[in-house]
Design a protein around this ligand. Structure first.
Ligand code: MN
Length: 128
């Protein structure tokens, strides 16, 4: 709920968990903790929860990701390189670089992913 100055203070569980579509991933949900709907004009903060065996399929877009792993272990491909990333680690994924995630553990994977509300580049897809 918005506060008197437009702030939002909440608990993640109180934010609706939305299933990621089959075109985008498997066994994965997203909670939009903070977004334009809350009056945040520049950045959105999303919480992803991906069950064991789940994934986000390969995709790219003209805005970056800033990711922090809250729990679990994930294999992430950024361009042509795979990384194994676990709880406590963070990632920056530049705009227009193809990426995908696979829950590489036996427990639920949870990570924060912060994005700008508007595209941040007009560059074409980056091959790397
Ligand atoms: Mn992405």
């Amino acid at each position: 709920m918005p506060g008197q100055c437009g702030e939002k203070v909440g608990y993640f569980n109180e934010v609706k968990s939305e299933r990621i579509s089959p075109e985008m991933g498997r066994k994965a949900t997203i909670r939009w903790l903070i977004s334009e709907k809350d009056g945040a004009s520049t950045f959105s903060m999303r919480l992803f929860e991906i069950d064991a065996g789940g994934k986000i399929l390969a995709h790219s877009h003209p805005w970056e990701h800033e990711i922090f792993i809250l729990s679990g272990t994930v294999k992430i491909r950024i361009g042509s390189k795979w990384y194994v990333v676990r709880e406590g680690m963070f990632l920056y994924i530049p705009p227009n670089v193809e990426h995908e995630y696979i829950n590489a553990g036996t427990e639920q994977l949870r990570f924060l992913c912060i994005i700008p509300n508007k595209p941040t580049t007009t560059k074409r897809i980056v091959r790397c």
